[in-house]
Design a protein around this ligand. Structure first.
Ligand SMILES: [Cu+2]
Length: 267
């Protein structure tokens, strides 16, 4: 009897522990969810997003599975080219990894995309072109992007160099009181159709709590890792709203404005 009760208690504990991160049992890749499927003739592409079955404005860690005649393909590359059309004006693209390659540990072609805008049903529409290995092409397939909580993107114009910069937050999307991993990705574009990862920037962050008029110590300036990404640490020493100012220097020139900051609600 005691044995049975212990078993029951452990079962309940186990169930409640798992409640927070529900994993869809049919999902082949643990923390990725299927967003959409495109198929025609014998070719099929499935798109996945990390921790979500929808795509958000801002940073998305995505993946693709590719099938030909129901055989999964794992070699070569996938190029994903999103383009947004508005009812007026020319179309524009958005920062995206230039090539997705197969990641054995995730069982997908993986990479990132940063959507700069949300779609709606009347004025703004997202489409994407897909190119697998220059062998299969899908053109102008429509999809949706919605606003998510915690995602942030800043876009500003550098008049000196005639360049648009895009700074996108990767983490924290759910900031905690204390030291947070602070990851961002930086792009530039001159035509809003192709975007380049900026990999030679120096960044100097300064967290600031506007309601109390103080900052924090023990922060770590983000340094370049790969694919235009920078990693550091931001210390939110109290609960509440924090700004993180980011001063960005490229080739000895400050490219950010004094008002460039991201907003966090630390809990
Ligand atoms: Cu747009």
């Amino acid at each position: 009897m005691t044995k049975y009760i212990l078993l029951l208690i452990s079962a309940i504990l186990f169930a409640s522990c798992n409640k927070e991160n529900i994993v869809t049992p049919t999902d082949p890749v643990s923390n990725y969810s299927k967003v959409l499927t495109i198929d025609s003739a014998n070719v099929k592409i499935e798109m996945y997003n990390e921790n979500s079955s929808i795509l958000y404005v801002g940073y998305n860690e995505i993946g693709f599975k590719i099938f030909s005649n129901n055989v999964e393909l794992k070699t070569g590359f996938l190029k994903y080219a999103p383009i947004m059309f508005h009812t007026s004006g020319p179309g524009h693209s958005t920062p995206v990894q230039s090539e997705f390659t197969y990641d054995n540990s995730k069982g997908m072609f993986t990479g990132y995309v940063c959507y700069s805008m949300l779609s709606d049903s009347s004025t703004s529409f997202w489409f994407a072109d897909y190119n697998y290995n220059n062998e299969f092409y899908f053109k102008r397939k429509q999809f949706d992007v919605v606003l998510g909580t915690g995602n942030q993107m800043r876009i500003w114009f550098d008049a000196v160099n005639n360049v648009l910069y895009y700074l996108t937050l990767i983490t924290p999307k759910d900031p905690k009181v204390g030291l947070n991993d602070f990851k961002i990705i930086l792009h530039k574009t001159i035509d809003q159709s192709s975007y380049t990862e900026v990999s030679n920037a120096q960044m100097f962050i300064r967290p600031w709590m506007p309601s109390h008029g103080h900052g924090s110590s023990s922060n770590v300036n983000p340094v370049f890792t790969s694919y235009g990404k920078y990693e550091g640490k931001a210390n939110f020493t109290m609960p509440g709203q924090w700004f993180v100012y980011d001063s960005i220097v490229v080739n000895n020139q400050t490219i950010s404005t004094p008002f460039l900051y991201l907003v966090f609600d630390a809990r």
